[in-house]
Write a protein of this length. Structure first.
Length: 273
C-alpha cells in the first residue's frame, strides 16, 4: 500500500434541488491497491457515488480527492483518466466500429501520439486476453468479451482506480469468471485500486474491505469477516449473507460449538471435518 488514492469528505448529492438527498455526508479513504466491494440494496446510492467518484456527477456539498487533488471542473479530465468505470450493460459502452478503434477512443480524446496509441491498444488487449479480436465488431462479442474490451479501453489510459458498477451482473458464469480473473490479474500487475459494486457476496468476500450503503448513507466500512457477522442487520437492509455464514449460524442455534468468528466456505468445511 502506498497511501491514499481516493477519498471522500462529507459528500452529499441530490438529483433535483427540491428533492431529498440521494447521498448524505459520505466520507471514506481508499488506499492504492485496495479491493473494495460496495454492497447495498437497490436505490441506496451506490451508482450515484460511483459517478461522483469519477466526476460524472458533482456533489452539492463535500469533496472528492483523487491522488491528493480535489475533484472540480478543472481537474475532472485528469480524474476521468485516473478513475475508470465499467458499467453494468456491456452494450452501452461502445463507440468504435472495431475492438481496436474502441480501445483507442479514450486515448484519441487525450491526444496520445499515434504510434504510442497503437502500442497501448495492443498491450491493453493482451492484458485482457482479447488480442485475437482486434478487428472484430464489438456488438458481435459475448458479454464477458465486451466487458474485457471495455476494461482494455480503461487500462490503456493507465488508471489508478477502476470502478465496476455491477459490471458482471449481466454476464453468464463463464463471462463473470473471465472478467473477474482479468481484473485480479490487472490489479496484481499494476497495484490497481478496484472498487466493485456488486450483489455477488462470494465476490465481496474476496475484497479487502466492504462498504455497506443504505438509504444514501455509508453505514459500515469493515473487512468481509466483520461485515458478514452482521447477518441479521444485513438481512434487515434487504441484503443477503454468504451461504457459509447462514450455515454457521444455523449450526450454532442447533447447539454446535461453532467458532463465533467469521468462517468462509473453506474454513467451515475444515471445521466440519
Ligand atoms: P443504487 O446504485 O444503489 O441502486 P442509485 O445511485 O442508482 O442506487 O440510486 C439512488 C437513488 O437516486 C434512487 O432513489 C434512484 O431512484 C435515484 N436516481 C438514480 N438516478 C437518478 C437520476 N438520473 N435522476 C433522478 N433520480 C435518480
Amino acid at each position: 500500500m502506498v497511501g491514499e488514492v481516493i477519498a471522500a469528505s462529507g459528500v452529499s448529492f441530490k438529483y433535483a434541488p427540491d428533492e431529498a438527498d440521494v447521498l448524505s455526508n459520505i466520507s471514506f479513504a481508499i488506499e492504492q491497491g485496495e479491493w473494495i466491494a460496495m454492497i447495498g440494496p437497490n436505490g441506496s446510492g451506490k451508482s450515484t457515488l460511483a459517478k461522483i467518484m469519477n466526476g460524472l456527477l458533482a456533489p452539492h456539498s463535500g469533496t472528492i480527492q483523487v491522488k491528493g487533488e480535489t475533484l472540480n471542473e478543472e481537474t475532472v479530465w485528469n480524474v476521468r483518466q485516473s478513475v475508470g468505470m465499467v458499467f453494468q450493460n456491456p452494450d452501452n459502452q461502445f463507440v468504435g466500429a472495431t475492438v481496436e478503434d474502441d480501445v483507442a477512443f479514450g486515448m484519441e480524446n487525450l491526444g496520445v501520439p499515434r504510434p504510442e496509441m497503437i502500442e497501448r491498444v495492443e498491450h491493453a488487449l493482451e492484458e485482457v486476453n482479447m488480442q485475437a479480436y482486434k478487428q472484430h465488431e464489438p456488438a458481435k462479442l459475448s458479454g464477458g468479451q465486451k466487458q474485457r474490451v471495455a476494461l482494455a479501453g480503461i487500462i490503456a489510459l493507465r488508471p489508478d482506480v477502476i470502478i465496476m458498477d455491477e459490471a458482471t451482473a449481466m454476464l453468464d458464469p463463464m463471462g463473470r469468471y473471465e472478467v473477474i480473473e482479468a481484473i485480479e490479474r490487472l490489479k496484481e500487475r499494476y497495484n490497481l485500486t478496484v472498487i466493485s459494486i456488486t450483489h455477488d457476496l462470494d465476490e465481496a468476500a474476496e475484497a479487502d474491505r466492504i462498504f455497506v450503503m443504505n438509504q444514501g448513507q455509508l453505514v459500515k466500512i469493515a473487512p468481509p469477516e466483520e461485515i458478514f457477522l452482521m447477518g441479521e442487520e444485513l438481512m434487515g437492509m434487504g441484503l443477503d449473507v454468504p451461504f457459509s455464514q447462514k450455515l454457521q449460524k444455523a449450526l450454532s442455534t442447533r447447539g454446535f460449538a461453532v467458532p463465533e468468528t467469521y468462517l468462509d466456505e473453506e474454513d467451515l468445511l475444515q471445521w466440519l471435518s
